[in-house]
Design a protein around this ligand. Structure first.
Ligand SMILES: [Fe+2]
Length: 220
């Protein structure tokens, strides 16, 4: 599932900020995918690119191999500029952004099909394109290919479903992205209180009392 939000960021400012990050080589998870981390588990910008969930296609042995998404909550040294302002903006809008990163998918490469969480778990990512090309897309089995243009708009995707990113073009594709929980109804499809999925990580993040209230609201 995919949804374009009515929330817009400044593309030239993201591009200028990314140029300053290029003083350091990005951390690469593999030859296709890597980047820089603005919110990690330990405050180091080189952290945060570990795999969180492992799922082998065609088998039932999906399992968590990393930390829960809400644990990536420590601002890194790279969050002082515009990307930090984006995080603050998302915080003020009730998205509880976690594990904010800017990431590259290298030209001519595709990520493996995977899930970031079990399919019954609320696992939503916000993406904003910084640099892209016509042959770069996000793909799910249910919705097919979605090209996210670098027009500043934020998009939400359900990464508990099988998905992958592909860059069939000749230029690197850069996105800002993070884990979010839509608690204020900015989206049609991803409002926490209306979700039928498990929100255990959100529970751990906000504490038991608020979680109980959210659960009561969910049950109407
Ligand atoms: Fe993913």
């Amino acid at each position: 599932m995919h949804e374009k939000l009515n929330i817009k960021f400044n593309v030239p400012m993201m591009q200028a900020e990314l140029r300053t990050l290029h003083l350091w080589p990005p951390v690469m998870q593999n030859e296709a995918f890597g980047g820089y981390c603005m919110q990690s588990q330990d405050g180091d910008w080189r952290s945060g690119f570990e795999q969180a969930y492992s799922y082998r296609r065609g088998t039932d042995d999906g399992r968590e191999v990393g930390l829960a998404p809400h644990m990536y909550n420590k601002r890194t040294d790279l969050s002082s500029g515009y990307f930090g302002q984006m995080i603050a903006m998302l915080e003020s809008q009730g998205f509880h952004p976690r594990r904010s990163r800017v990431s590259v998918v290298m030209p001519g490469s595709e990520m493996k099909w995977h899930q970031d969480a079990p399919e019954d778990t609320y696992c939503v990512r916000l993406h904003v394109a910084i640099h892209t090309n016509d042959d770069a897309y996000y793909e799910t089995e249910s919705d097919g290919r979605v090209h996210i243009p670098a027009d500043g708009h934020a998009h939400l995707v359900d990464t508990s479903l099988m998905h992958r990113s592909v860059n069939g073009g000749t230029t690197p594709r850069w996105h800002f992205f993070c884990e979010v929980w839509d608690t204020q109804g900015h989206s049609q499809n991803f409002v926490v209180t209306q979700s039928r999925k498990s929100i255990k990580p959100y529970h751990d993040m906000i504490g038991h009392e608020i979680y109980e209230r959210v659960q009561r609201e969910k049950q109407g």
